[in-house]
Design a protein around this ligand. Structure first.
Ligand code: ADP
Length: 239
């Protein structure tokens, strides 16, 4: 195996052992407490344990989905099912899926009412945007805002997801999209797999789009900017 292959294999094993096992151990812990208490728990405690198990199970589900996507993208086997879809619909689903992840932040969405529909697979693009929003919630301090702003730019929609967190150093802004690449910052940084953004890139590029990392507004925080094609207008389709 090449040195690069070895590195990826090591990173994957590391990621599986940590990112898969940690939530699983939490789920097992919470569910066994529920089972052992056998009805003797206060309603509030029961609810807390149930929500913990549910949150962690959902995190695990998103992680496994990302791993599957990565494998399929690697084989060119992830064909987007593209349709004309309203970005606001996709964002509604993302907001709902990430309700608990976003509990500590304000999510502001600004999309012009007359933004033309995207030519996109709503599930895959929803997942790409969810990965970015999840990062924003993870790296930016609680109490800050996360914004999703869209605007038309020629025949593409430009969607910017910005946060008020530490930002990504300029020298790292391309590499964060590499598989398993994480910005080195010592032990205090939040846990992660380094999978999220590489999958965003794969998903967006499979739609003929682009993604880039920039500094946020006023040079603070992070802006992840996606460009995705609009659906052909119905007159073009009729041709
Ligand atoms: P991870 O699971 O590590 O979050 P990603 O591929 O999603 O993996 O992101 C790669 C790296 O990019 C992260 O480890 C982090 O260093 C950096 N990063 C991504 N999003 C943000 C953000 N919103 N703010 C600051 N750093 C970020």
């Amino acid at each position: 195996m090449s040195a690069e292959g070895e590195k990826l294999r090591g990173a994957l094993l590391n990621s599986v052992s940590h990112d898969l096992r940690t939530p699983l151990v939490t789920v097992i812990g919470a569910v066994s407490s529920l089972a052992e208490a056998d009805g003797a728990l206060e309603a509030a405690d029961r609810r807390e344990l149930t929500m913990t198990a549910l949150d962690e199970a959902r995190r695990l589900d998103r992680y496994v989905q990302n791993l599957l996507d990565m494998t399929r993208l690697g084989h060119g086997a992830l064909a987007p099912k593209r349709e004309a879809v309203d970005l606001r619909e996709i964002l509604g689903v993302v907001r709902n899926d990430l309700k608990r992840v976003l509990a500590g932040h304000r999510l502001l969405v600004e999309t012009p009412r007359d933004l033309p529909p995207l030519h996109a697979d709503p599930v895959l693009i929803g997942q790409a945007i969810a990965n970015i929003v999840e990062n924003a919630a993870k790296y930016a301090p609680a109490g800050t805002s996360i914004a999703i702003k869209a605007r038309p730019d020629g025949d593409m929609a430009e969607i910017a997801i910005t946060d008020e967190g530490p930002g990504i150093p300029e020298a790292e802004r391309e590499r964060v999209f590499d598989l398993f690449h994480r910005v080195a910052e010592g032990d205090s940084r939040p846990a992660g797999t380094g999978l999220g953004l590489s999958i965003v890139k794969g998903l967006v590029e499979a739609h003929g789009g682009t993604v880039a990392a920039r500094a946020g507004p006023d040079g603070r925080g992070t802006a992840i900017v996606i460009r995705l094609p609009f659906a052909p207008s119905s007159s073009e389709e009729a041709e």
